[in-house]
Design a protein around this ligand. Structure first.
Ligand SMILES: [Mg+2]
Length: 473
């Protein structure tokens, strides 16, 4: 098999050559003999896009990237291979259960296949399988037609994608500020920090909460139902923590905050007001995204941007939050929100309400490139999370692009076909999660099926007529 991504010049190169020849008056006509002879050499002859069919889906789960990430491989009848990724922390089963639904399909029909399988996704990690498959379909379509994914989305608004980064936590604000400043020194132009009430809870009189809550209750009770509220002293200490961090990183660089703990709505408002002097870029997921009216109450009460979205599946809930102006910024995770095209649609639709799109992300370079192509093609994109800055082998997972992938806080938009990267299988093998295999066969998923309809089926309308399934004969 020839390298699936081999592309001596490519169709865009061919067009450039032809246009250049015309512009300089070379040859007797635009389609001179030399140009016509050259044309077939520039076409990817591995691929006959209209005949392309999906023949297999396999998985390799890597760990410590820093998250656990199921990587996907879609094989085809023409030797082209497409790469995708289920959202970090999600089960590979979310993708494998879709295998029987996509075998035999032409992967270039990305939107049609997405609409067929999207009923099997849901919010948070349950969206991971649909989105991972969608990424791999775009990779195959791009390789079949020899164009990068961003081009199929309508082209670029930018050549490099701004990243934001967090760092490891410390209860000492000066120490934490130094760590965050190191990110700035690495070139990052946008920072994020955790600001949980746990930072100050050791000091008496900072947090009011019912005694005896178990760790399980603390984790799994939604914010409004915990009874946990910050005292004025607790709010002041958290504001002082941010003040010390700002002393280290300066006031000029955008600084967002996340992971406040499961505190009530009024505590969110009190804290938001106390943070106004520090000009935060956004306050993230202070309460669950489902509570749009409560989000709006917080957003309307404070002069600091609010943000949510990393666990929302499909565009409709994003649009609702944007229409309401429940938050100032929306923050899809492309591996949950519906994949590359759905996330571009989310960006375009919320743009009409004046809402920017930041992007949540914590996967491998495969999913990173899916984000990068989408971010390049979406006008109201703000910034993309980079969660693996301290993982030394993260870049090595892929080949075909410039390294470091995140350079001075930015990712260059790749120009290769599809996602623009190939997996380095040896590096993937070295970082497999316990018990996982490197793209082993998955025949047990070939025939998985159910009555895949979201509305009732009237057998009498079938053509040609079918027997009444309720009759014994
Ligand atoms: Mg978050």
């Amino acid at each position: 098999m020839k390298n699936a991504t081999q592309r001596p010049v490519g169709r865009r190169g061919f067009l450039r050559t032809a246009a250049g020849a015309a512009a300089f008056g070379l040859g007797g006509s635009f389609w001179d003999d030399a140009t016509l002879e050259a044309a077939p050499q520039n076409v990817n002859r591995n691929s006959r896009p209209s005949q392309l069919k999906i023949t297999d889906l396999r998985v390799a789960v890597v760990k410590d990237a820093p998250m656990t990430c199921p990587l996907l491989r879609l094989d085809t009848n023409q030797g082209l291979v497409g790469w995708g990724e289920v959202r970090d922390g999600a089960s590979k089963t979310y993708a494998l259960m879709l295998k029987s639904r996509i075998l035999g399909e032409n992967p270039c029909d990305v939107d049609r296949i997405f609409r067929k399988i999207k009923q099997f996704g849901f919010h948070a990690r349950q969206g991971g399988g649909v989105c991972g498959i969608e990424m791999a379909l775009w990779d195959l379509a791009g390789k079949a037609y020899n164009v990068p994914v961003y081009q199929m989305l309508g082209g670029k608004f930018r050549d490099r994608i701004r990243g934001y980064a967090d760092t490891t936590q410390s209860k000492d604000p000066t120490e934490f500020g130094r760590r965050l400043k190191a990110r700035k020194d690495q070139g990052f132009t946008f920072l994020k920090m955790d600001l949980g009430y746990q930072l100050v809870a050791d000091t008496p009189g900072t947090v009011t909460m019912p005694a005896g809550m178990t760790p399980h209750e603390l984790r799994n009770t939604q914010h409004m139902f915990t009874g946990i509220e910050l005292t004025d002293k607790g709010v002041a200490m958290l504001a002082e923590y941010v003040a010390k961090v700002r002393e280290q990183v300066g006031m000029e660089i955008p600084l967002a905050a996340d992971h406040f703990g499961h505190i009530g709505v009024n505590s969110c408002i009190k804290l938001g007001r106390a943070l106004q002097p520090y000009n935060m870029a956004w306050l993230e997921d202070m309460i669950p995204w489902q509570h749009a009216e409560l989000w709006k109450k917080i957003t309307d009460a404070i002069e600091v941007p609010t943000l949510t979205g990393e666990d929302i599946y499909l565009k409709e809930d994003f649009v609702k939050l944007a229409q309401m102006h429940a938050v100032d910024i929306l923050h899809p995770d492309l591996a949950t929100s519906g994949g590359i095209l759905e996330t571009k649609k989310i960006g375009d639709m919320i743009q009409d309400y004046g809402v920017p799109m930041a992007m949540h992300f914590a996967g491998t370079p495969i999913s990173c490139m899916a984000n990068v192509h989408c971010a390049a093609a979406t006008e109201n994109f703000l910034v993309l999370e980079q969660h693996s800055v301290d993982v030394p082998w993260w870049d090595d997972l892929v080949t075909g692009i410039e390294k470091p992938i995140v350079n001075q806080g930015f990712v260059k938009v790749p120009e290769g076909p599809g996602l623009g990267v190939e997996l380095n299988l040896e590096v993937v093998r070295q970082h497999l999660a316990p018990g996982e295999q490197l793209f082993a066969p998955t025949p047990e998923w070939d025939k998985e099926r159910s009555h895949d309809r979201l509305w009732s089926f009237d057998y009498r309308m079938a053509e040609p007529p079918v027997a009444n399934p309720r009759r014994a004969d």
